[in-house]
Design a protein around this ligand. Structure first.
Ligand code: PMP
Length: 425
């Protein structure tokens, strides 16, 4: 393996490398591959882990004797709320168990803030001249498209290893009341793998904001999705915000989408009890109650909070080798070349690959032509625009391990070819 950085190669050596990579790429194309590293979906093997759910629940009554088949119980089944309150480090009365999608809960909160305002709003957000959100980047594409769909402007700040650049956030929101909120994926962020430190969380909870109704959308989608035996504990944002005198600032979200079934799990909202009442008040105009049969099924399946943690170990055993494989191939093929950096996440569903600036779209296009679907370049940025055209999000959970290997070998070839093209252009 020649591991000389491209920057240290002579013009002739670079041309030779370009020819070599072109040949490798032609050979790759001729194989007619059809591989997909786009979306962070669980594999069939992971979904199989929860198949017992298809035979549950064994009873139709909850512990209070209420028939779960009937209407009612808007806040969700008590036992399930208690179970996930413990897992999310909040109190049961702060938790709502809803339908299968936490993204829908986030959408509902945003829409109601725009239409009606929050518990601490002077007026509906929709009556403000301008509403803006702070968006740590790279971030989750659907967060950004959701804001875009509602006409909420996005201002980016860098995402660091310990969470959003809190100095940058604090500077934006301190004097400008158009900033009404921000996204935070606190644990194993999509796609950077970052974990918000206690210190950053405390500062976000306490920072002065010009808007009295500033909201932190604390999307803890990967709270329990550890890839190593060391299990990161998310910062307790509700307590921190409450202690700092901003109890209504955070809205926390989570779900079992990547714990049980991505399409038939349970989503959770956690917030101050006033926020919970606000949420249920609006929800009640459009729902007589959630799918409590599914709630009970989940309670029976897990048995206890520890049951959820034990279940996540089984996921880890399936997907950790895939993440290790991504790192192995990238290290072997690109290590020392100076053409890419990537993270080795301790949890979550993504690997964040940064290639030579200006080549990410080219890499994705090359991969596509060779039959490997990658998330479009720029997806992790508002309006799908990565100013440096450098970021690529890899999602290795869905394909079988052998396909991850094959896809990553192909990605490495595309990264090298695009870098060699640029260096010789
Ligand atoms: N938030 C983040 C950060 C995610 O990565 C995802 C799934 N890709 C979701 C939310 C979606 O969650 P749900 O399935 O509960 O709607």
């Amino acid at each position: 393996m020649n591991a000389t950085a491209l920057a240290d190669l002579s013009a002739d050596e670079l041309t030779a490398l370009l020819e070599e990579q072109r040949a490798a790429y032609e050979q790759l194309k001729s194989r007619g591959l059809k591989l997909d590293l786009t979306r962070g979906k669980p594999s069939a093997q992971q979904l199989d882990l929860a198949d017992e759910l298809l035979r549950l629940p064994t009873t139709t009554k909850d512990s209070a004797g209420v028939d779960v088949r009937n209407y009612g119980g808007l806040e969700g089944l008590e036992e399930l709320r208690e179970m996930f309150a413990e897992l999310l480090w909040v109190e049961p009365e702060q938790v709502v168990a809803g339908g299968n999608s936490s993204l829908t809960m986030m959408r509902d909160c945003l829409v109601w803030l725009v239409l009606f305002g929050g518990v601490d709003s002077e007026r509906p957000w929709g009556q403000e001249e301008k509403v803006r959100f702070v968006c740590p980047v790279p971030g989750y594409d659907r967060h950004f498209t959701l804001l875009e769909s509602l006409g909420i402007e996005m201002v980016t700040v860098p995402m660091r290893e310990d969470g959003p650049d809190v100095d940058a956030v604090a500077a934006l929101v301190a004097d400008d009341p158009t900033f009404k909120g921000m996204w935070v994926v606190p644990t194993y962020a999509n796609p950077s793998g970052s974990i918000v430190s206690q210190d950053v969380a405390a500062r976000l909870a306490a920072m002065p904001t010009a808007a009295p109704d500033f909201k932190i959308f604390w999307d803890n989608a990967y709270a329990l999705h550890h890839l190593t035996e060391e299990e990161a504990k998310s910062a307790d944002i509700l307590t921190l915000a409450s202690a700092a005198g901003h109890p209504h600032r955070p809205l926390m979200f989570a779900s079992t989408s990547k714990i049980t079934f991505a399409g038939a799990g349970v989503a959770f909202l956690a917030a101050s009890t006033d926020n919970v009442a606000w949420y249920l008040g609006h929800l009640g105009n459009g729902s007589i109650g959630p799918d409590k049969v599914n709630h009970l099924r989940h309670v029976e399946f897990f048995g206890s909070p520890q049951g959820v943690r034990d279940h996540m170990v089984k996921h880890r055993e399936i997907i950790a080798p895939k993440f290790a494989e991504v790192d192995r191939v990238l290290t072997e093929r690109l290590g020392g070349r100076g053409v890419a950096t990537w993270n080795t996440p301790a949890g979550g569903y993504f690997v964040n690959l940064d290639v030579v600036p200006g080549t990410a779209s080219r890499v994705v296009a090359l991969a596509k032509e060779a039959g490997i679907a990658l998330t479009p370049a720029g997806s992790s940025f508002p309006h799908k625009q990565d100013p440096d055209d450098t970021n690529i999000r890899l999602a290795p959970t869905m394909p079988p391990l052998a396909e991850v290997t094959e896809a990553m070998e192909a990605v490495a070839t595309c990264v090298l070819l695009a870098a060699a093209e640029k260096a010789t252009a």
